[in-house]
Design a protein around this ligand. Sequence first.
Ligand code: ADP
Ligand code: MG
Length: 246
Amino acid sequence: MAYIEMKNSYKRYQVGDTEIIANNDVNFEIEKGELVMILGASGAGKSTVLNILGGMDTNDEGQVLIDGVDISTFDEKQLTYYRRDDVGFVFQFYNLVPNLTAKENVELAAEIVKDAQDAEEALKAVGLERRMNNFPSQLSGGEQQRVGIVRAMIAEPMTLLMDEPFSALDAISRKQLQELTKALHNEFKMTTIFVTHDTDEALKLADRIAVLKDGEIQQVATPSEILAHPATAFVAELFKGGAVHA
Ligand code: ADP
Ligand code: MG
């Protein structure tokens, strides 16, 4: 049994008299310790998948098995505990508390758990030793997202969920943060699901890539498998000219 299994998952929205199928029979499995990139265009249904996995949203049909337990049957209270105890989130727009310093933002997340690492040590480890006492408004986007990553990881959640975390950053900061993500993943092997619309980013970071189009999974495979054997014409076009990074 894989650590995470999404089975025949559907999510539909009714907007006026049109039905939008945000997730249309989504199936995939994720092993413990994997870094899986969910790749797709805007509107493909990526955030819907991530929010359902994180217990922030619920599907209409299908199973969401986390370590064999179907969280799609959870009530609000169970979902609240699940989000608090088992999941760390990193969002595109950082979502730091503006009137708390970098260190206080991390401590706030650390307080709710017993065995969180020391906030200062964790901030030092991502290059923020001289930024501990700055407020978010005094930090660059890249620095704020470093705090965001530390905050999400400090409680050592079972799963780390990242939704286009570097999309708002300049190219240099993005590259640095991608390298940091890879290094942290190699060190801690936290099961990570990372949403992106950037094919190159997916190739750079992924153990495996799940390609999503119009709410449907097109292929789930390693970067080299996808490049060698794209499952659909869409995937072939998306990865044309792509290369596996060393
Ligand atoms: P992505 O993250 O890949 O850009 P989303 O998962 O956010 O895509 O959305 C998938 C589809 O579902 C889109 O067409 C989006 O407009 C629609 N959608 C998402 N949330 C809602 C909502 N609350 N109400 C109506 N439609 C929604
Ligand atoms: Mg999204």
